[in-house]
Design a protein around this ligand. Structure first.
Ligand SMILES: [Zn+2]
Length: 468
């Protein structure tokens, strides 16, 4: 299934020496931070006392920029370039938005023409690493949301950069005044009509897309690649998706877990399983730092992941904490020979820890483990008060499951068996007995309405009730 590389595919990250990369990065760091010190309202303040860093050692002493800094005042991160700047650096190409937080509005990222072109070069590098060529037909399965989602627009830009064909799924929450969204089945029909070879979307959505196609008997044998993003994955989840693809006729499809963020770009693994590559080390600089001192930790050690834009001209970030814990190495890849940072393990979203009746529970680990339970269409973990609304009634760890239709309509013992396996697994993981509740799949995740499944929900609201 080797794909033909596009004609432009000179693999510069293999040819480049470390010294040459270091030189380019240092030159760009100096130009970028000098620009931030005048053109960025946020960094003008932050760098006022010290002046712009001129080496990566000096950069390591600049305070990280937090998500709260950026989401709280996104306009302060937009560069104000003078009229003498090149046209492509001044011209706004488009806006994308962060996926937002549970509390805040999504923040806009300004993308100039130069930023868009840089992203297109990045998309080509990703394709080189994956061995992915212009002959593909990409199905963009990211939803059409009111705040344009970075991943959806970047998928289009990737098709443009590589010269592939493109099919738009265009699903999303239906709007009464703007009836432009397609239903899931319409998106499946389009993907099949155009014999799309690449499914690209949020992993939970792609999974439901494939399940629904299999249910309708739509043969996805034309699919050769499945790019998933937006949710933490685990070996169990990858295995589940491969099994779902096989059931839909796409048994040879290669599943690629792309790690990325709206503020940063995507990282992809090469064939050799040597971690996720930073495909654009000239434009994005990565650090893993101690969460307290914010100084870089030695290669291979765990810490908070920070990214620095070395050549951004719209929205520009310096030492931005993406909110993930990661391990990183800077050596040349022993598999493919490329240079640039690699993340050594799937980054872990921070914030998966909570307490249930005083016991620390990693809800993220439970969510991952549940992916290995066969017979589940959807699943979700929730923490609740044992009696709804009654804080003093104690806590309950709840697992909501939506079994496969066959489990519900078949032998009655099949459902009891699934429930027992779920309860056993949670007891093993968390040393707590969960309440297992059976719900509808769409109660957990409605693919046409939500961007991605929320696999964990906190329903306890302190101070809202007395004793039961
Ligand atoms: Zn590699």
């Amino acid at each position: 299934m080797s794909a033909t590389l596009p004609a432009h595919a000179r693999d510069d990250l293999v040819e480049m020496t470390q010294a040459a990369l270091d030189d380019v990065r240092l030159e760009r760091l100096r130009a970028q931070t000098a620009l931030l010190a005048t053109a960025s309202p946020f960094y003008r303040e932050r760098l006022r006392a010290t002046g712009p860093p001129t080496t990566f050692e000096e950069l390591a002493h600049v305070a990280p920029t937090t998500k709260a800094d950026f989401l709280g005042a996104p306009e302060d991160f937009r560069l104000r370039l003078g009229s003498d700047a090149p046209a492509e650096e001044q011209a706004l190409a488009y806006l994308i938005y962060t996926t937002g937080t549970t509390s805040g509005r999504p923040a806009p990222l300004y993308i100039t023409a130069a930023d868009d072109w840089a992203y297109q070069l990045h998309a080509r590098r990703c394709a080189q690493i994956l061995g992915f060529g212009a002959e593909e037909t990409i199905a963009n399965l990211f939803p059409l949301t009111p705040f344009p989602m970075g991943a959806r627009i970047r998928t289009d830009r990737t098709a443009a950069a590589l010269g592939t064909a493109l099919v738009q799924g265009h699903t999303g929450s239906a709007h009464p005044d703007w009836p432009v969204h397609r239903r899931l089945d319409e998106a499946i029909d389009l993907v099949h009509t155009h014999r799309a070879t690449v499914l690209w979307g949020v992993s939970g959505f792609v999974r439901r897309f494939v399940i629904r196609a299999a249910e309708r008997g739509v043969d996805l044998g034309h699919v050769r690649w499945c790019f998933i993003t937006g949710e933490a994955t685990s070996p169990a989840r990858m295995a589940d998706l491969r099994a779902r693809l096989t059931a839909a006729g796409a048994d040879g499809a290669r599943v690629v877990d792309r790690y990325g963020s709206t503020e940063g770009w995507s990282m992809v693994a090469c064939d050799g399983a040597h971690g996720w590559h930073n495909p654009s080390p000239e434009d994005i600089y990565l650090e893993v730092v101690d969460p307290v001192t914010h100084l870089p930790v030695p290669d291979g050690e765990e810490g908070a992941l920070l990214l620095t834009h070395l050549r951004a001209r719209g929205t520009a970030l310096l030492r931005y904490a993406v909110g993930d814990v990661a391990r990183l190495t800077r050596g040349r890849c022993p598999g493919c020979g490329r240079i640039g940072e690699r993340l050594l393990a799937p980054p872990v979203r921070t914030g998966g820890l909570t307490k249930v009746n005083g016991t620390l529970v990693n809800t993220g680990a439970i969510v991952d483990a549940l992916a290995s339970v066969s017979g589940l269409r959807e699943w979700r973990v929730a923490t609740e008060y044992a009696t709804a609304g009654q804080e003093l009634s104690g806590d309950a760890l709840v697992v909501e499951i939506a079994p496969e239709p066959g489990v519900l309509t078949g032998d009655p013992s099949a459902l009891a068996d699934v429930q027992a396996r779920v309860a056993d697994l949670v007891r093993t993981q968390a040393h707590l007995a969960p309440t297992v509740r059976v719900v509808e799949a769409d109660d957990i995740f409605t693919p046409t309405r939500e961007t991605k499944p929320r696999r964990y929900i906190e329903r306890r609201v302190p101070g809202t009730g007395g004793a039961a």
